[in-house]
Design a protein. Structure first.
Length: 281
């Protein structure tokens, strides 16, 4: 697809740098307008340095199909910035529509009308970054720094498989120690502080390979081996919680956190349901 000339009627005289810059800005502005009209959700997020690189490549090479490298770079930048694939492809369709429209009026981007090669280049580049982000995403609660319930569900799946291989119930080998804190009467920063202190107490007590996770806004749990140390772990946990929460006047008034040993149900599916119930407690 040919790009409109930068200086209509200028003959063989090459455009000046100022004229090239003006043409690039005009293309960029038309592309942005078409992309927003096509459904780009957050206007302030559209502009990236890679957008200018695509515009420059298109203007220099005269055809959008010749700007594949720049389009791949933009797709990777879009993925890194959190744009979805559908939104990224719609943005590409907006550029394609703008370049195929000679006037200044409304253009109608159509992903299905965009050359398949450009769609493939953009989609693959976007997927490279999106997949890498997915692989390296940590299942961690941002407040407490503890793994989330998703991690604990995965860990429980391993426990149940091991129990099945041994032909014995998972509850014979592991137990959930659950800590819940009643924060109904506490507001603001004190609520956040309370859960941070609870998480720190669990990390201190269960520091030898036990699985600890945040289940909800005021509930955390530890999956621990069911052995002679369970009782001593419970005592140590209560002591650690008291030491940390008693230093804050607001948290000291909410009463003792509830620490309970919860028996694992018969199946992994039921265990996942149990985690959901505990999170709402």
């Amino acid at each position: 697809m040919d790009v409109p000339a930068a200086r209509p009627g200028s003959g063989d005289t090459p455009p000046t740098q100022a004229e090239r810059d003006a043409s690039l800005r005009a293309l960029r502005a038309r592309w942005r307008t078409a992309s927003l009209a096509a459904g780009w959700r957050f206007p302030s997020d559209w502009a990236l340095p890679e957008v200018d690189a695509v515009c420059a490549a298109v203007m220099a090479k005269g055809r959008v199909e010749a700007a594949e490298t720049a389009l791949a770079g933009l797709a990777r930048a879009r993925a890194a910035a959190g744009a979805g694939l559908a939104e990224t492809l719609a943005d590409l369709a907006a550029l394609h529509a703008v370049l195929g429209h000679s006037g200044d009026g409304f253009v109608s981007p159509d992903v299905d009308a965009t050359p398949a090669r450009l769609l493939r280049t953009t989609a693959l580049a976007w997927a490279d970054v999106a997949t890498d982000q997915l692989v390296h995403t940590e299942v961690t609660d941002p407040l407490t720094g503890l793994p989330t319930a998703a991690y604990l569900r995965t860990r429980l799946a391993e426990v149940y498989r091991a129990a099945e291989a041994r032909e014995r119930p998972a509850a014979e080998d592991h137990v959930l120690l659950v800590v819940s804190l009643d924060l109904a009467a506490v507001a603001g920063f004190a609520r956040l502080t309370g859960m941070i202190l609870v998480a720190d107490a669990l990390r201190t007590v269960f520091d030898s390979g036990q699985s600890v996770a945040s289940l909800g806004p005021s509930v955390v749990a530890a999956l621990v081996p069911k052995d002679e140390r369970v009782a001593s772990h419970g005592v140590a946990l209560r002591r650690a919680l008291h030491e940390r929460l008693s230093v804050d006047a607001q948290l000291a008034d909410v009463g003792r956190p509830r620490v309970s040993a919860v028996r694992l149900p018969a199946t992994h599916e039921l265990a996942c349901d149990l985690l959901a119930q505990l999170a709402r407690a």
